[in-house]
Design a protein around this ligand. Structure first.
Ligand code: BGC
Length: 386
């Protein structure tokens, strides 16, 4: 691949999956209820709330130039109306620490977890959802002013809008259709947050990150594919019109029949999360997203694979980057790539799937880089894919 000056080259993490001890969040509450449907609790996660300097050292030391990490709303506002200055100062220190190491931070403001008080009052369907989210956004000013260039308001709103159905029925038959009221509410909150961030922080680049998998149509299934994709990701991609970027988060792909059902592929290699091992899905997802968003630049804000075999991770990522390069050569306007994830971490109810470039001992929290960390970092000595 040719080098593209300014291309963002990074790794991504999420707040709840890595920080540990997010006791004021809705997920913590759910994980720790007697008879919880969540198989394994997050607990201390991988203690990144305290070990963030070490995490940043790993990212910068490997040669990356960009780091995507999350802020935890339930730490910033653990009670309705109370802003923790200590939590805001903590996140500001991480931004400063990233800049000191030459890393450009991309912040995620919401990544699946909510403050329990917000969730208990109806979550995204509360009439005051946007107002409350904007209050949180305003509280983050000291963090954003410490040198943040990019913000993802909401991580995968399309998956959030599927949560009730995912909890009820799993993935049999493909991804469920997102709940319409939640879809509408999240789009409204995102638009309000973009407007507020732009008004208060000129120069900040704002977008959101959408889960976009590579759906392909079987012959004659083009209309079915459109009907499948429209509520599941395209409406969210289109809602990013006018943003500075749209984040694309891709892991896998599949084919759809004319009756709208996914083609089963029993012989396919599966990852630890049960998804088909499809490195080229990234290019397919980016091509479709580029068509849907029109002229808005894309950033791959997540792409990776859950595997215990790090050589397979390198193979997957090599294929993914080749497919990305081909999509870019064909005109897709992609400005960066963030690998999911820096660390083996808590995978929403499970500790088994390992997405990390770095292994973590869950008893001592010791970090051990896998060969893929140095490999991926070294592809980008000047912040660009090779
Ligand atoms: C989420 C991450 C998650 C990853 C792998 C994305 O849906 O944003 O939190 O760990 O996929 O499942």
């Amino acid at each position: 691949m040719t080098r593209t000056p300014g291309f963002l080259w990074g790794v991504a993490t999420g707040a709840h999956q890595t920080e540990g001890g997010n006791v004021a969040s809705d997920w913590w509450y759910r994980e720790n209820q007697p008879g919880s449907p969540v198989a394994e609790r997050c607990g201390d996660a991988v203690d990144s709330y305290h070990r963030w300097p070490e995490d940043l050292d790993l990212v910068a030391g490997a040669g990356f130039t960009d780091y995507r990490f999350g802020l935890e709303w339930s730490r910033v506002e653990p009670a309705d109306g109370f802003v923790s200055r200590a939590a805001v100062a903590h996140y500001r220190r991480i931004v400063e620490g990233a800049r000191e190491r030459g890393l450009r931070p991309l912040l995620t403001l919401h990544h699946f977890t909510l403050p329990l008080w917000f969730a208990a009052g109806g979550g995204w369907l509360r009439p005051d959802a946007a107002e409350r989210f904007l209050r949180y956004v305003d509280a983050l000013a000291p963090v954003l002013e410490a040198g943040v260039e990019r913000v993802e308001t909401i991580n995968e709103p399309n998956i959030v809008a599927m949560f009730p159905k995912l909890a009820a029925g799993g993935l049999a038959g493909g991804l469920p259709e997102p709940d319409q009221a939640t879809t509408d509410a999240m789009i409204a909150v995102h638009r309000a947050a973009v407007a507020r961030l732009r008004a208060n922080h000129p120069g900040l680049r704002v977008g959101w990150g959408i889960s976009v998998q590579d759906y392909q149509a079987e012959p004659g299934a083009e209309a079915a594919l459109e009907a499948y994709a429209e509520p599941r990701d395209q409406v969210f991609l289109r809602a990013g019109a006018g943003d500075d970027f749209v984040g694309i988060q891709t892991y896998t792909g599949g084919r759809l029949r004319a009756d709208g059902t996914p083609v089963e592929n029993p012989s396919a290699e599966r990852t630890q999360t049960g998804w088909e091992f499809t490195p080229g899905a990234l290019g397919g997802a980016v091509r479709r997203a580029a068509r849907v968003v029109g002229g808005v630049p894309l950033i791959v804000t997540e792409n990776g694979v859950a595997t215990a075999d790090d050589a397979r991770r390198i193979e997957y990522t090599t294929g993914a980057l080749e497919s990305l390069r081909a999509a870019m050569d064909d005109g897709a306007d992609v400005r960066g790539y963030f690998h999911w994830s820096l660390l083996d971490n808590w995978e929403w109810g499970h500790w088994g799937p390992t997405f990390g470039l770095v292994a973590v001992d869950r008893a001592t929290f010791a970090r051990t880089p896998k060969p893929s960390l140095a490999w991926l970092g070294s592809l980008a000595p000047s912040g660009v894919p090779a």
